[in-house]
Design a protein around this ligand. Sequence first.
Ligand SMILES: *Cc1c(COP(=O)(O)O)cnc(C)c1O
Length: 390
Amino acid sequence: MENKNLGLNTICTHVGETPDNQFRGAVSPLYMSSSYEYMDVDVKRYPRYFNTPNQEYLSKKIAALEHAEAAMIFGSGMAAISTTLLAFLKAGDHIVVQNDIYGGTRNLLEEHFENYSIEYSFTEGLHVSDFEKMIQPNTKMIYIETPSNPLLKLVDIQAVADLAKSKNIVSAIDNTFASPVVQNPIDFGIDIVIHSATKYFGGHSDICAGAVASTQQNIDTIWNIAKNLGGSLSDFSVWMLERSLKTLGLRVKAQQRNAKKLAKYLSKHQYVKAVHYPGLKTHPSHDIAKKQMKGYGAMMSFEFIEEINTQEFLNATQLIKPSMSLAGVESTMLQPSETSHALLSPEDRVAQGISDNLIRFSVGIENKKDIIKDIEQAIAKISKKELAIH
Ligand SMILES: *Cc1c(COP(=O)(O)O)cnc(C)c1O
């Protein structure tokens, strides 16, 4: 069967299974060898060549999920991102980058690119014209991340892909926050799709991995430097990742269903000032969301009114864990001003719209009523202490 004609959950379950011709087990065997015979073989296999049996086959599943020809699996999202950028940019080149991207990606540019004589410009806004403005004669890549962290701002993927194509520039997207269940950027003309597989791909907060999907030609270009940079993933984790991806469709759709209802609940809450979720009609880019997202994902952020102490709230939740990462089956929250954006000055945070009361919410698969109960009991607990509103 042609992979591209299969449904999402069939791709998740079956595409890219490592064959077990000897025992015909129901799941992929795990090949842990770091040493393979080299005589009379078609492929000389080695883990850092990204071509062990488990790496090779799982890449097919990731390619199918992103409607791509080929894919590669990495040891982390940042390994995937850094390897991809260095594959397409050399000294004297320039990259246009969305202003509010993942902190690690920003650090890579700001701390290291000068040493490689690679120029970069961050956009001012997120409209396609903001990207166009920054293009120079030596621009080789446009890099976006939508929805963005933590305010869930959106970039029009099709518009940016068209712009890049018209100027012969490679376009790349960090698709981590959406996942391929919600958004397939290649369908809109984006060249390269990158994931932190630590997030929705893994989905159980127990794997650190990354992935890139694109044309075979682009993957060959990335492979050329990847084998020298060495950011491969251990086969045990590759095997774990395959297990995780079998339920990607089921998990993300359940998380998304919860998120939609929780966004509505929070936006009606008397102590909540703002909810940032692309599925709400009040979201400034709701129209873009409708065009490019299948559902609206399971990430959101919201702000309490001033009288609620955010840290106390996060200490008072019982089910919802305050945690750094995201996208696991368990609901988690974090306060960007204390974590991901703690290194920014308070003024810069305000300029970016990140108040101390902002909470990023990664919605899990728990029963919605229990998540709401948890939020309510946490508010009740802290408001008894310090909210004299009622
Ligand atoms: C976590 C994350 C990354 C980095 O991935 P690691 O697996 O931690 O290296 C990149 N982009 C986004 C949007 C992320 O959330």
